[in-house]
Design a protein around this ligand. Structure first.
Ligand SMILES: NC(=O)c1ccc[n+]([C@@H]2O[C@H](COP(=O)([O-])OP(=O)(O)OC[C@H]3O[C@@H](n4cnc5c(N)ncnc54)[C@H](OP(=O)(O)O)[C@@H]3O)[C@@H](O)[C@H]2O)c1
Length: 180
């Protein structure tokens, strides 16, 4: 399971996991992006989680996911944790759906699931370089040109407006004057 699948973290995750041979289910609030996500390698595309936002959250739901990449947090992460299969794990990196996490110990003590915190800001340069090298070689995303969009500095505000309106997909790469 990849949540926030059309976003920067989510879309790269779909690409990487599909290339590694996993059966990826992409969760997105953008119904029109289904074909785009399938082109990245998603085997299936569903709406945002939880499927019924009004329903009372359950400590344990039907076990659905072997593992998950979650950049949404909030009720979405709680739903993913409660629906991981036995021994599953979710990597949590973001909070687009909110910072609060309302869950119980049940999935952890009855299904042995793991919640893995992800941080790319304070990560030491050693492992960071090692990961970058792999992301430029054996793990290089197959659809990088589709996932990233060059943006001139003067257009950044317009892109941010699109992101805030929930209309932006992929990763904007801002070209500063002179480039690198
Ligand atoms: N821990 C770290 O080191 C690290 C690194 C990078 C980013 N982050 C964090 O990870 C999160 C995602 O980053 P990103 O760059 O991928 O952001 P992004 O490009 O804006 O993608 C976030 C995605 O979340 C979904 N979303 C938006 N609002 C939502 C809502 N209210 N409820 C549920 N889903 C919603 C949308 O996907 P759909 O429309 O497809 O559902 C959106 O594209 C952010 O919170 C960011 O700060 C953390």
């Amino acid at each position: 399971m990849v949540t926030g699948a059309t976003g920067g973290v989510g879309s790269v995750s779909v690409d990487l996991l599909a290339a590694a041979g996993y059966q990826v289910v992409a969760s997105t609030g953008k119904a029109a992006a289904a074909e785009q996500l399938k082109a990245l390698g998603a085997a299936d595309v569903i709406g945002r989680l939880p499927e019924d936002p009004e329903a009372k959250p359950r400590a344990l739901g039907k076990a659905r996911w072997a593992a998950a990449i979650d950049c949404v947090g909030g009720a979405t992460l709680a739903d993913v944790i409660s629906t991981l299969k036995y021994g599953g794990a979710v990597a949590a990196s973001g909070l687009t759906g909110g910072p609060a996490l309302n869950t119980t110990v049940m999935p952890f003590i009855l299904r042995g699931v793991s919640l893995l915190g992800m941080d790319s800001v304070q990560m030491p340069i050693g492992p960071r370089r090692a990961l970058w090298e792999r992301l430029g070689a054996d793990l290089k995303p197959r659809h990088l040109d589709d996932l990233t969009h060059d943006v001139d500095i003067q257009d950044v505000v317009a892109v941010i407006d699109q992101v805030r309106a929930g209309k932006y997909s992929g990763r904007a790469v801002v070209r500063v004057a002179g480039g690198f």
